[in-house]
Design a protein around this ligand. Structure first.
Ligand SMILES: Nc1ncnc2c1ncn2[C@@H]1O[C@H](COP(=O)(O)OP(=O)(O)OP(=O)(O)O)[C@@H](O)[C@H]1O
Length: 285
């Protein structure tokens, strides 16, 4: 694989974070006191309805948006008190962001391998070789020299992930990493994220509206609603979420067949290995 030992993941500590946007002179609270602890090297899936504040939380964690109030620590660095230089250095070295619109992660006129090489110039001390990054996330070798426009949406998404992890970040923030993919295609992305976490020790915080993806990531599931943390799977043995408007998560129309609005899903921990098990409540009866 690479010549580098895995770096230790970066711990994230969010304490009573408030995030306010001013729109037409009015203050709108996108986050109203979020507290969340993400240990180094762990995986957290953030789920919640549209407008809950998930992307806002990722933007704050990425250092792009300074916190309005509350404390946010990435490792030892207090984002509210850090200088612009410190935040820039963090983003250049330790934190990678995979944005929701995959085409914003990629340049269309370059090949798969060239896209990854762009983010991992050899001068970066910790960079993983493009071929190693592509192999780690499972991009088939026959696609490496294809123009990015010519490969499947899944391979494009995996390439975006390879680009994000090529600089060997200690924290990966992923906004809807499976994008519009479903089923086996989405599972290829979640497996790739798990591999990155296992092989490199990277802390991963991923926003998803897909409950299967949240479970498939194999880490904690934290729900966010109206700018606040709802359920956190570390703090329950068993909990239920309800799909649909007015529920805990709103899923896209493509999920209606599997999880129609109103579906109750039970989330519990396997006492043997701590893995999360998802069951439809109707099927329990
Ligand atoms: N740049 C912005 N300016 C003003 N308001 C914003 C901005 N970004 C987000 N908001 C508002 O903040 C709230 C939280 O939005 P955010 O995008 O963080 O939610 P989300 O959970 O990521 O939703 P989605 O799943 O639709 O992306 C919403 O009310 C949204 O309208």
């Amino acid at each position: 694989m690479t010549d580098f030992e895995p770096r230790q993941g970066l711990a994230v500590q969010v304490d009573r974070l408030v995030q306010i946007y001013t729109v037409d002179g009015q203050d709108v609270a996108a986050l109203s006191g979020v507290s969340l602890s993400v240990p180094a090297g762990s995986v957290v899936a953030l789920v919640g309805p549209s407008g809950a504040g998930k992307s806002t939380l990722l933007s704050v964690l990425s250092g792009l948006v300074p916190p309005s109030a509350g404390r946010v620590f990435l490792g030892d660095l207090d984002l509210a008190r850090a200088s612009t230089e410190q935040v820039d250095a963090l983003r250049g070295d330790k934190v990678a962001v995979m944005v929701q619109d995959i085409d914003r992660n990629l340049l269309p006129y370059l090949t798969v391998r060239e896209n990854v090489a762009l983010t991992a110039p050899p001068r970066l001390r910790t960079a993983i070789r493009p071929a190693d990054a592509l192999e780690m996330v499972g991009v088939p070798e026959e696609d490496w020299n294809s123009p990015i426009d010519a490969v499947s949406p899944t391979v494009r998404q995996l390439t975006a992930l390879a680009s994000s992890v090529a600089p060997d970040p200690q924290l990966l923030l992923a906004d809807e990493p499976t994008s519009s993919l479903t089923g086996d295609e989405a599972r290829r992305i979640t497996e790739a994220l798990r591999t990155v976490n296992h092989e490199r020790g990277t802390t991963i915080v991923a926003v998803t509206h897909d409950v299967d993806v949240a479970v498939g990531l194999g880490g904690r599931i934290v729900t966010i609603r109206d700018g606040r943390v709802g359920n956190d799977s570390t703090s329950f043995e068993t909990t239920e979420i309800v799909v649909g408007e007015g529920g805990t998560v709103v899923l896209g129309a493509e999920f209606d067949e599997d999880f129609p609005p109103g579906t109750r899903l039970r989330i519990e921990r396997d006492p043997a290995n701590g893995a999360i098990i998802l069951t439809r409540v109707e099927e329990l009866r």
